[in-house]
Unconditional design. Structure first.
Length: 138
């Protein structure tokens, strides 16, 4: 796991994992605002083949508003990116930018920004744990 991501690896197919991640993000209070199919984009733009991979732009408006109020430039880091990528026929990795890293980009992070990043981190960890717990239950 990279120092700037929260990550799980699951022994379940890619499409099933994407669905589970979407469902668990909603359960954790996030909406998925954007979805970028990297495989399709790279095939179209560069004519290269890569394993299936999607970037889900997850947002919890209440947290986004609090973060923007505390630090307007933090908008460059919103929404939370959650990546789901296939690493084999039945193995999938799910990674999310660790919201705790938001405070490392601010010279003097305030309590509001720390509270927002802690809340978002807890929610993402809960969603990832739920996806991992579902392994083998389908």
């Amino acid at each position: 796991m990279a120092d700037y991501t929260l990550s799980i690896t699951t022994e379940r197919p890619y499409e099933e994992t994407v669905t589970a991640v979407r469902d668990q993000l909603v359960e954790a209070g996030f909406g998925v605002l954007t979805e970028i199919d990297l495989r399709a984009t790279l095939k179209t733009k560069l004519d290269v083949d890569v394993a299936p991979q999607v970037i889900l732009g997850a947002c919890r408006p209440q947290l986004a508003h609090q973060a923007l109020t505390a630090e307007p430039s933090i908008a460059a880091l919103l929404p939370c990116n959650v990546v789901v990528r296939s690493v084999g026929e039945a193995t999938t990795v799910v990674e999310a930018f660790d919201p705790a890293m938001m405070t490392s980009f601010v010279d003097e992070p305030n309590d509001t920004l720390r509270t927002v990043s802690d809340d978002a981190r807890t929610r993402l960890l809960t969603a990832l744990a739920a996806v991992a717990a579902q392994e083998g239950q389908s």
